[in-house]
Design a protein around this ligand. Structure first.
Ligand SMILES: [Zn+2]
Length: 325
């Protein structure tokens, strides 16, 4: 069906593609391109022996088509070929002239049509219902369902989305800058703002399901706390953050790390333990708590929020102070 030799020839373009589209130096290790791997130390390396890159941490092993597939969000080999042909017009692999429609710019993709299509199909999945998420939030955030890939799609903005699989545990981030969920809340904040920060969108939606008036953002991966710092700094954020990360080792470690980093830029933050000792068996995250016992999570949250706000009021407000509750 395809010209095998032509395809092999294309694979040698990987080195160029890494340089021109990812600004990667192919002689050094770089951050893993697997969107599911939160690579904190560069662990991917290019090898021209196979014209592939390999991650020494998660074992991802990609040729140029795999990476185009990730960058342009397509698993169809034919579409990957079409994109490659468009990027490298000298390399002809396909005979037909049917070109797929993607934006001229290699860097930015407009997902609006995709979001609209997914939104229409959201009723075909009960994934969020089973997770006790308040269904009015689906409309509020234009959440959709990609039925061909079995993904719940959470638009971040027209050029970026997060998605999670309804059939396994994979989480996907589209091409585009790694924004924070509800990032505008940071920009619109004032000195009385209190924003709950969670690890994942589903955790933020869980909080919003028990308190529709809560202000909550999610990092979409703990390493993205750096964006929290930079957006807060750039917007002179002067409210308070409540860090409600997962009840596990990584969550606890990052909770103190992020608290310290915020402290350094004079932003006050608190950690919350409202899901510790939640039931006889512990809950890992807010959504698990919501599923196990919504009323109890609500009570814990209301208790925390109430004590917390009284405390804030009483101590108004020594900036950057490390409060202990
Ligand atoms: Zn990796």
């Amino acid at each position: 069906m395809y010209d095998k030799q032509a395809i092999e020839n294309c694979k040698s373009l990987l080195k160029d593609y890494l340089v021109s589209h990812h600004s990667i130096n192919p002689n050094n290790f770089f951050n893993c391109l697997n969107p599911v791997h939160e690579d904190r130390h560069p662990s991917m390396k290019y090898t021209d022996k196979f014209n592939k890159c390999k991650c020494f941490s998660c074992n991802a092993f990609y040729d140029i088509f795999d990476i185009i597939g990730i960058d342009y969000n397509t698993t169809s080999f034919k579409e990957q070929l079409q994109i490659l042909e468009k990027l490298y017009p000298d390399y002809k692999v396909l005979n037909d002239d049917k070109k797929i429609d993607y934006t001229e710019s290699n860097e930015i993709i407009d997902f609006t049509n995709y979001f609209n299509k997914c939104k229409k199909n959201i009723c075909k999945s009960d994934y969020l219902l089973q997770r006790n998420i308040d269904l009015s939030l689906l409309e509020k955030y234009n959440i959709g369902f990609d039925e061909t890939k079995n993904l719940i799609v959470f638009p971040i903005n027209e050029n970026c989305y997060f998605a999670r699989s309804t059939i396994n545990n994979s989480k996907i981030k589209s091409k585009g800058i790694s924004y924070i969920w509800n990032e505008n809340l940071i920009k619109e904040a004032n000195e009385k703002s209190i924003i709950y920060v969670t690890e994942s969108i589903i955790d933020s939606l869980s909080l919003e399901s028990i308190d529709p008036n809560i202000k909550t953002i999610s990092l979409n991966g703990l390493p993205n706390y750096k964006r929290l710092l930079s957006v807060s700094k750039d917007n002179n954020y002067n409210g308070i953050f409540v860090l409600a990360f997962d009840n596990d080792k990584a969550g606890n470690e990052y909770q103190s790390l992020v608290k310290d980093e915020l402290n350094k830029i004079n932003i006050t933050s608190f950690g919350t333990t409202m899901i510790n000792n939640f039931l006889s068996d512990e809950c890992k995250d807010l959504n698990e708590a919501l599923i196990k016992d919504k009323e109890k999570l609500k009570r814990n949250y209301e208790y925390f929020d109430d004590v917390f706000k009284k405390y804030i009021e009483k101590n108004r407000i020594k900036k950057g102070c490390d409060y202990e509750l």
